[in-house]
Ligand binder design. Sequence first.
Ligand SMILES: [Zn+2]
Length: 112
Amino acid sequence: MICYCCQRDVSLVRRVLLRGDPGECPPGGFASPADPAYQAYLHNNAFRTAFICPGCYHSLDNEFGVGEIGGRAFNLAGKSRGGRVPVYSRHEADKLGMMDDEATGPQLPLGP
Ligand SMILES: [Zn+2]
């Protein structure tokens, strides 16, 4: 399984709610809600399910849930901090039907 943050192939993952660095809002704002840059901003600003390795989890599980891994900034959702997230072995992940490509990143939009 590939860790979403460090991209290493790992045998244990934690299932978390994570978002990447949303980037900067441009000076003067976005041109319109249909602006692809705005859509990307919203996409990056939403917490999504991700599978990350214990090492990355440890790096991000701090008071603010923020950290930088491999030159990218990540933000761990509050309810995923403090070790309160499930850990899956490769075997368990297989049983649950988590495919490798799902483990590569947050792709599932979460409800409000
Ligand atoms: Zn990792």
